[in-house]
Design a protein around this ligand. Structure first.
Ligand SMILES: [Zn+2]
Ligand SMILES: [Zn+2]
Length: 364
């Protein structure tokens, strides 16, 4: 079988013949059907995210179970599945609270590349190869907790997006902010995740959804996903423009989906009393954010951090697909290019240029 291997930061992926071990106790082998190409993959390639090469990555995968190891009970060969890129143990305090994305027992395994015990299942040229999720490969092996069974009538080429971008965006609105009918919402940054915050807020019943971006083409796309108003932040102060559309007081929730501390400050200015700025975009490690401290006690303003859309994977991912099948959430419109694994480097290039909402690698 073949996989895209990242050997060094800032180098192209190399398509290699790889060996994959059978799934062991509690593990599942998945034959990938499709993998979205996410901005985090580019951040890993560029060395911005601390996940050192050599490594096999790709983390927005969907496919069909090929084999299960001993003890696996939730899926069997032939089942359609989505992969989660955060492995969770299912039994620790945070998992028990319904916050598996904050499971620290499994976070290290996820982030260092390998299984729970640090071992790897891939070999390249006879040597162990670390792997994170591994959806840029024809097959992968992951812990059972990272495999979510889904209904078989959803096309896997669309379902894969729920593994990262859609969950992150829709979940920020549904789970982190818990947007209510009638809420006034602004979404700053209308890339792949931002569009999903917009449609998440729409399905929650937000009264106004103000999309903010610098690029008119992205604002047009935002309307397709449910934005009721658009603001081009080139045309004046963003916070003032948002306030102008929300009775002069600001929005209940402003989602920052860029990861820029200046934009986070402006987003905080654009929330009304009692509102929250929801931090979805990931700023570079080490940066600090300065905010008016009196606004917390005297205006009840707050900041909510949102990681992966605060998911309960086994509940939220199937639910998002049900909403898609009921035509209440869009997935197909997010996909602007489909490419084979051999063109993984093209997929990364066009993403870096900002040419696509999402490209999807499809496997035969
Ligand atoms: Zn991602
Ligand atoms: Zn846990």
């Amino acid at each position: 079988m073949r996989a895209a291997v990242l050997y060094a930061w800032n180098e192209p992926f190399k398509i290699e013949k790889v060996d994959l071990q059978d799934p062991q106790q509690g593990e599942v082998m998945v034959k990938l059907a499709a993998s979205g190409v996410c901005h985090s993959d580019l951040s890993i390639q560029r060395g911005v995210l601390p996940m050192p090469p050599p490594i096999i990555i790709g983390h927005e995968g969907a496919g069909i179970v090929e084999a299960v190891g001993p003890g696996v009970t939730s899926v069997q060969k032939g089942d359609h599945v989505i992969l989660t890129w955060l492995y969770s143990c299912g039994i620790c305090r945070d998992c028990g609270r319904g916050r598996p994305h904050l499971c620290d027992k499994a976070a290290m395994a996820t982030m260092t590349g390998g299984m729970y015990d640090g071992s790897t299942r891939f070999k390249v040229g006879g040597n162990d190869m670390r792997h994170w999720c591994g959806s840029f490969s024809e097959y992968t092996v992951v812990p059972e907790q990272a495999v979510i069974g889904i209904r078989p009538d959803v096309p896997l080429t669309s379902a894969c997006l729920v593994g990262c971008g859609v969950m992150t965006g829709v979940g920020a609105a549904m789970n982190t902010a818990k947007v209510q009918p009638g809420d006034l919402v602004a979404v700053v940054g209308c890339g792949g995740v931002g569009l999903n915050v917009i449609q998440g807020a729409a399905v929650c019943g937000a009264e106004k959804i103000i999309a903010v971006d610098l690029v008119d083409k992205k604002l047009e796309m935002a309307k397709v996903f449910g934005a009721t108003h658009v603001v081009n932040s080139k045309q004046g102060d963003m916070a003032e423009q948002i306030k102008g559309l929300t009775d002069g007081k600001g929005a209940d929730f402003v989602f920052e989906v860029i990861g820029n501390t200046n934009v986070m400050q402006q987003s905080f200015q654009a929330i009304r009393r009692g509102g929250a700025m929801v931090a979805v975009g990931v700023p570079p490690i080490g940066q600090e954010l300065s905010l008016p401290a009196f606004s917390f006690p005297l205006e009840e303003k707050s900041v909510l951090g949102s990681y992966y859309g605060s998911p309960r994977f086994r509940y939220d991912m199937p639910r998002i697909l049900d909403l898609y099948m009921a035509k209440k959430l869009k997935l197909d419109e997010l996909v602007s290019r489909r490419l084979p694994l051999d063109e993984i480097n093209t997929a990364m290039e066009i993403m870096e240029k900002g040419e696509v909402a999402r490209s999807v690698i499809t496997y035969a």
